[in-house]
Design a binder for this molecule. Structure first.
Ligand SMILES: [Zn+2]
Length: 184
């Protein structure tokens, strides 16, 4: 299957899988295999690219911009390899992943800057994972008063910047962090 034929709109879950609120998930889209998995598609890219929302990758892990962010700057950190369980990762893969969760947190706080963060995971379908077949952490910037009634009653949220703008800001911010000595 050619990557170019896959439309991200068709394989990203339309429902927002906001952490700690699995009750808001109306359904979970079933993914047949790694060929139709958004995180496997981004993992195949050698370099960061907006088309796949890939911001950064290491030997085992990647940072992806969430196509349906809860807030601007909502990042997803996941392994390069397909699989839905933390128990399938080696210690090395798990450590690499956790380092990227921390790097993503630093990135979001520095770029926006967030007053707080939601950092977390819905592990497996029963816990509300939007993409249960490919393990992923959410890193979400939060501000006091950033929740209003719209997301609660209408599953709709007005965001002040486009995905393109977020991608550009985060990519620049990441370069600044990686170029500095203090990466942690
Ligand atoms: Zn996958």
């Amino acid at each position: 299957m050619s990557d170019e034929k896959i439309n991200l709109d068709e394989i990203w879950p339309q429902e927002r899988d906001f952490i700690f609120r699995p009750d808001r998930l109306k359904y979970v889209r079933r993914l047949k295999n790694s060929e139709t998995c958004v995180f496997c598609l981004s993992a195949k890219e050698k370099e960061p690219c907006f088309d796949r929302l890939l911001i950064y990758k290491t030997e085992h892990s990647q940072i992806v911009l969430n196509k349906y962010p809860y807030n601007n700057g909502h990042l997803i950190v996941c392994p390069l390899k397909h699989g839905g369980s933390i128990f399938d990762l080696t210690d090395e893969e798990y450590m690499d992943l956790m380092k990227l969760v921390r790097l993503s947190s630093k990135l979001v706080k520095s770029v926006y800057p967030a007053q707080g963060l939601n950092i977390g995971i819905n592990h497996e379908k029963a816990a509300g994972a939007g993409i249960p077949d490919h393990l992923h952490w959410h890193v979400i910037p939060r501000w006091f008063g950033d929740t209003n009634f719209f997301p609660i009653i209408a599953e709709t949220k007005v965001l002040p910047e486009t995905l393109e703008q977020s991608y550009e800001k985060l990519s620049k911010g990441l370069k600044t962090i990686l170029d500095s000595k203090d990466k942690n």
